[in-house]
Write a protein that binds this ligand. Structure first.
Ligand code: HEC
Length: 134
């Protein structure tokens, strides 16, 4: 008697899991839009444009390397970004001096105002240039 009870219970359990299993599947098919919206978390890791969180090297490559590849100058070759040359030529010795050039550049160079590159990021670029190109 008990065995039969156990068997019927087992069968019932199997049937019910099969049924709920099917239900779950169909429910899952309906929900994807929601789960996609909530699982969009990883995208939040991308830095906001205002506070980039990028390194001086990354910022330099992004904004300056077009015209200053490897610290050179493709437009005005006589004005490369080597620290020694800049110190002698233009008295540029500190990251702040490079920020000044970005805010008020010479002929042929793009102007980078605070809306394009924040003061913090601009300083990072200046530090990178002085530390990287002798
Ligand atoms: C469109 C090309 C271009 C881009 C982009 C550019 N530059 Fe320049 N840069 C120039 C030119 C041309 C000069 C020479 C200007 C002059 O004759 O005074 C120059 C000169 C400089 C100088 C030297 C100035 C001097 O008097 O010796 C520095 C420092 C400099 N750029 C930094 C940067 C930084 C930092 C960036 C990126 C944020 C950048 N540049 C992006 C074209 C560019």
């Amino acid at each position: 008697m008990q065995r039969r009870l156990v068997v019927t219970l087992a069968v019932l359990a199997l049937v019910s899991t099969a049924v709920t299993g099917c239900k779950k599947k169909s429910e899952e098919q309906v929900t994807p839009p929601q789960s996609v919206a909530t699982s969009a978390g990883p995208a939040a890791k991308e830095p906001a444009p205002s506070a980039t969180g990028l390194s001086g090297e990354q910022l330099f490559k992004q904004h300056c390397a077009v015209c200053h590849p490897n610290g050179g100058n493709t437009i005005t070759p006589a004005k490369p970004l080597g620290a020694k040359a800049m110190a002698e030529r233009s008295k540029i010795t500190k990251p702040e001096d490079i920020v000044k050039v970005m805010r008020n550049p010479g002929p042929g160079m793009t102007k980078f105002d605070e809306g394009m590159i924040s003061n913090d990021d601009a300083k990072k670029i200046g530090q990178y240039i002085l530390a990287t190109f002798p």
